[in-house]
Design a protein around this ligand. Structure first.
Ligand code: GLN
Length: 483
């Protein structure tokens, strides 16, 4: 396992050329992908091209940007001009965007080396990666287990050591939950900190792009590279750099422990969380019991709003402009119906139906409007809580990585999102860090939730914990590139 600093050292001391590194990462990704399915598309040519440019810069003695030459994986719902972007769906199986997403532009400008496009649940809808049209990614920690969702392929790529960092998207937990399942760090930034331009929309008022990494410092470095105001996303406003603010000092900070998040938690997850809280306390933070009564309303609110927005966002896939197209048909209505029935998987269709229902004239007030009111109440609850404490500590998920094919019902699957969805509803930032192992040796994630633009505070506390435990919970399998 290597960090961004590790790659930089290899390059600046000329122990390895960037082209050599790009080859090693691309080869390892291709080798491990046969089993892991972490990548939908591998991009060795693009990797070599970017790496050659970095080598040329080094040869000219130029100063390298912080992420220059670092191999990474980009979730396959982030547009890459000239490179297929499938969103994990048959609908976009052969779709090649003609423009770049803002984050991809920023990373290219830094000289990052793209290893491939990360596997994901179809249209980012799911919690296990099993809704991917290409088959779900496996968890490098235990390949009988899922990598989580929806950015599971990105998490698997990073945890297997075939990419140094990953870029995922998080609408209701899709960065944090797979990070917790695979035993790495995942940051969902404040809504608006990172431009969504070029991110294929799922639920626009909840979607946010962020990093998955093997260290807290790397998460901060990647966040700094991608957070910027972008006129093409009217909800974006960027953020101050957080890396210079990382001290790893939590003395005097108040950590809120909202009991609702801990109810009916399995013992092994509860004890990993207890250990995390005690470690922060030992480092000088104060634990404050708080209440978050709105938690019980978070799941229905999220699933109503997310499905409503998705039903509207996914309306554009009609077979007329781009994406899958039915071959034989009678009328135009029949053509669209056939295209959409063939192109979308069962979970996506379920959500479009639910979303259309809650937005329909007779039910709009009963569902959609009520969910909007609940959203406001949840936001208020967070504002109140985050005025009383500096951040909240909760589990990232009430479970660890499920077995492949566990076959939960849709509602049972939705229930596993309980700890992550309230954070998107409120638009606040949260980071998941590895904090222990369950009785089967699978990673457990702790979630630190901050106030809006409080990335520095939560990352600082995460760094304090990582340093105190000497990174001992980031125990990655022996795969990928060994440097
Ligand atoms: N599991 C959640 C869902 O299916 C979250 C997905 C996401 O964050 N993209 O909606």
């Amino acid at each position: 396992m290597t960090t961004i600093a590790g790659i930089r050292k290899l390059l600046t001391t000329k122990q390895a050329s960037c082209v050599e590194l790009a080859r090693q990462y691309s080869d390892a990704a291709a080798r491990e992908n046969a089993l892991l399915k972490a990548y939908i598309t591998l991009t060795p040519d693009e990797a070599l091209y970017a790496a050659a440019e970095v080598d040329a810069k080094i040869a000219r003695g130029e100063t390298l940007p912080p992420l220059a030459g670092v191999p990474f994986v980009l979730k396959d719902n982030i547009s890459t001009a000239g490179l297929r972007t499938t969103c994990g769906s048959k609908m976009l199986e052969s779709y090649v965007p003609f423009y770049d997403a803002a984050v991809w532009e920023s990373l290219k400008a830094q000289g990052c080396v793209i290893v491939g496009k990360g596997n994901m649940d179809e249209f980012a809808m799911g919690s296990t990666n099993e809704t991917s049209y290409f088959g779900g990614a496996r968890n490098p920690q235990n390949t009988e287990r899922v990598a989580g969702g929806s950015s599971g392929g990105v998490a698997a790529a990073v945890a297997s050591g075939t990419a140094v960092f990953g870029i995922g998207s998080d609408t209701g937990g899709s960065i944090r939950q797979p990070a917790s399942f695979c035993g790495i760090v995942g940051l969902k930034p404040t809504y608006g900190a990172v431009s969504r331009h070029g991110l294929i929309a799922y639920a626009s008022s909840l979607d946010q792009i962020g990093p998955l990494t093997t260290s807290v410092e790397d998460a901060a470095a990647v966040f700094d590279a991608i957070s910027a105001r972008d006129a093409r996303d009217m909800t974006s406003h960027g953020s101050e750099p957080v890396s210079p603010k990382l001290t790893g000092d939590v003395r005097g900070l108040k950590v809120g422990i909202a009991r609702e998040f801990y109810e009916s938690l399995p013992d092994d997850i509860a004890s990993a969380l207890d250990f995390t809280a005690k470690t922060l306390e030992k480092l000088g933070a104060t634990l404050v019991p708080v209440e978050f009564p709105m938690l019980k309303h978070a799941l229905p609110t999220y699933y109503i709003l997310a499905c409503a927005e998705a039903s509207s966002n996914l309306g554009r896939y009609d077979g007329l402009r781009y994406g899958h197209r039915a071959e034989s048909f009678g009328s135009l209505d029949e053509f669209i119906k056939k295209t959409r029935s063939e192109g979308f998987g069962a979970e996506v269709q379920r959500r479009i139906l639910l979303g259309t229902y809650v937005l329909s004239a007779g039910y709009y007030d009963a569902y959609y409007n009520k969910a909007q009111l609940l959203r406001r109440a949840i936001v208020n609850d967070f504002t109140r809580l985050l005025g009383e404490v500096d951040f909240l500590l909760t589990p990232t998920a009430p479970i660890t990585a499920l077995k492949f094919g566990a076959n939960l019902t849709p509602v049972e699957t939705y229930q596993t999102d309980i700890c992550t969805v309230p954070i998107n509803i409120a638009g606040v930032p949260a980071v998941s860090i590895p904090c222990g192992f369950d009785r089967d040796g699978l990673p457990v994630g702790a979630q630190l939730i901050g106030a809006k633009f409080g990335e520095a505070t939560i990352l600082n506390a995460a760094l304090a914990f990582e340093r105190e435990t000497a990174g001992s919970f980031i125990r990655l399998p022996d795969m990928g590139v060994k440097l």
